[in-house]
Every structure is written in structure tokens, then in C-alpha cells.
Design a protein around this ligand. Structure first.
Ligand SMILES: [Mg+2]
Length: 320
């Protein structure tokens, strides 16, 4: 059973109540607890030794990543993070300096974004250390981009460059796109938005599924990172993954942990956005990579041919 099959199974009959605006299935839960004009955002995430970081990774970077992943999900809702809880599970023979380091990394990033760490839990874990973070935030009700809001004709955009995040270390040191996301929500009619955590192919499919639409993306428009190109160079000779696609493109579509913003807006606003973005964020790339279609499915256009994209993003518990 894959991660997404498990999630679907576990979420099939979850209890709910009237203050739940959006439950499981978006980047954050969206809650209406009566704040005038605002919804609360609620998110939890965990990083595990050997999966999301290596045992010899600088603990400050581990702590930073654990919080940054949640902040990236708050960004995907164009929200503002406010509070965090931290659960630390440590092996019996743990190193105090490691735990201190995790908290130092967590605290530094929290301070940068005005997030208060207001509690948590410490527990033991026989084999592997785990850091789980829960974040609370809020968003203007009228400006909360849900995964389900993409419409046929929308232009699809992505920030930054994709692929090679694990090889380059970006997965530990990425900047959650909070400021960019809130600026976008204030400047254009944001329809759907998600952060790229599982890979462009997988995360775009989450939007398509939730919105009941399809998409056509242009291979040449997908922003490939230097790291994706470098990884691709190594991999080209000894891998059959991705079939006929160039290896750097496969890396950008499937590797994940990029933590960039993927979003859709009405096509008529695309040119104005590109222009305003360059003025506001001159150091961060923004690319239009395709369009939303009424016809379901995800199509990749490579030069003169368009074909269904069969590649998927990263999935935990892959089928053997
Ligand atoms: Mg997300």
C-alpha cells in the first residue's frame, strides 16, 4: 500500500464539526473559530532520521527543516504562521548536544518569522530520532488559495528552480516562501496553490484531482536547477527511470523537497504578474509552465509532441 492509498483509507471517515472549513487533503486544515475576516490554519509534519535527514546531519539544520516544512505549507495557503508545538522522539542513548542543536535551529527560524514555540512533547523512540512540528497560523478568508480552486484556462506558475534538492542540500536550507505567497495573494487572483514537496508531477496532480481538471505543461518551460542538471549527468548512464525524458527533467518532475510554490491564476493576469514579480523579487525566478484544461489528465508537451505524463512524484511506502 502506498502513502496516498493509506492516507485515503485513514481519512475516509474522520470525525468533523461545523468549524472545519477544510479538513484533511489540503496543505493545511482550515478552521473557522470566529476570528473576524480570518481563518485559522493548522498543520503538522515530521522528519525522521534516515528518511528526511541523515544521522550525521547538523542537528540545527534538522530542527530548521522540521519547522520550515510546516511553514512551507502555511505559505501554500498564503497564510501567516503564529505558533508551533514540537515533539521530539529520541533513542535511549541520545546526545544532549543533538537535542540542543535541533532546538537552536528550530528557534532561529521561528524567530525570523515571528513564530512562538509554545510547548511540545519529548518521548523515546527505540531506533530512530524523530522531530514532529505542529504549526498554527491564519489567513484572510477571501484570500486563501485551496487546491480545489484551479479552473480551466488558468496559467500554471512555479517559483524558483526544481530538482536535485537532496543532492544540493536545499532540502535542509530552503526558504519557506511565506512572503512571496502573501504578496501573490495581494496582487493577483490566486486560484489554487500548493508547495512542491513530493515533486512537480505529483503535486500538480494533487491540484488537478482536487479541482476536477487537467493540465498541459511545457517541458522546456520547467525551471531546472543546477543540481538537477548535475544529478542528471551522473544518472544518465545507469538509469532507465523516466524512459525517453531527459534526466534533469525527470529530476525536476519527480524528486520533490523543493518547497517552491506551484499555483494557478487566470491567464489574463499572467503578463502583469511576471512583470510585477521581477520588480518585487528580482532574485527569485518565476516561471509560467503551462495551463489548466477542462479535459482531465496531465499532458507533457515536449517540442512537437504532447503525451500523457506517466511519471509521478515521491511516495512513501512504494509498492514493491
Ligand atoms: Mg504541502
Amino acid at each position: 500500500m502506498t502513502e496516498f492509498e493509506l492516507i485515503e483509507r485513514l481519512c475516509a471517515e474522520l470525525p468533523t464539526n461545523p468549524s472545519t472549513v477544510v479538513g484533511a487533503g489540503d496543505d493545511c486544515a482550515v478552521l473557522d473559530l470566529g476570528l473576524p475576516g480570518r481563518w485559522l490554519l493548522f498543520k503538522t509534519d515530521a522528519v525522521v532520521a534516515g528518511v528526511h535527514f541523515q544521522p550525521d546531519t547538523d542537528p540545527a539544520r534538522v530542527g530548521r527543516k522540521a519547522l520550515a516544512r510546516c511553514l512551507s505549507d502555511i505559505a501554500a495557503m498564503a497564510g501567516c504562521p503564529t505558533h508551533a508545538l514540537v515533539t521530539l522522539a529520541l533513542p535511549d542513548q541520545f546526545d544532549v548536544a543533538w537535542a540542543d542543536g535541533v532546538y537552536a535551529g528550530l528557534s532561529r527560524l521561528a524567530e525570523q518569522h515571528g513564530v512562538a514555540i509554545v510547548g511540545g512533547e519529548t518521548t523515546s523512540s527505540r531506533e530512530r530520532a524523530l522531530v514532529s512540528v505542529t504549526v498554527l497560523g491564519s489567513v484572510e478568508r477571501a484570500r486563501c488559495p485551496l487546491r480545489s480552486a484551479a479552473r480551466p484556462g488558468d496559467a500554471i506558475f512555479v517559483t524558483g528552480e526544481l530538482g536535485g534538492s537532496l543532492a544540493s542540500g536545499k532540502h535542509l536550507d530552503f526558504e519557506p516562501r511565506l512572503e512571496e505567497a502573501r504578496w501573490l495573494a495581494s496582487q493577483v487572483s490566486l486560484h489554487a496553490m500548493i508547495d512542491v514537496s513530493d515533486g512537480l508531477a505529483g503535486d500538480l496532480r494533487h491540484i488537478l484531482k482536487a479541482s476536477g481538471v487537467g493540465a498541459e505543461i511545457l517541458a522546456d518551460a520547467i525551471p531546472l536547477s543546477q543540481a538537477a542538471r548535475a544529478v542528471a549527468g551522473v544518472r544518465a548512464s545507469n538509469s532507465s527511470v523516466g524512459g525517453a525524458h531527459p534526466p534533469a527533467l525527470v529530476a525536476a518532475l519527480t524528486e520533490g523537497e523543493d518547497f517552491e510554490l506551484l499555483f494557478t491564476i487566470p491567464a489574463g493576469e499572467a503578463v502583469r504578474l511576471l512583470d510585477a514579480w521581477k520588480q518585487r523579487f528580482p532574485d527569485l525566478r518565476l516561471g509560467c509552465i503551462g495551463k489548466i484544461t477542462a479535459a482531465r489528465g496531465l499532458t507533457l508537451r515536449e517540442r512537437d509532441r504532447a503525451q500523457p505524463l506517466t511519471l509521478d512524484g515521491y511516495v512513501h511506502f512504494q509498492k514493491p
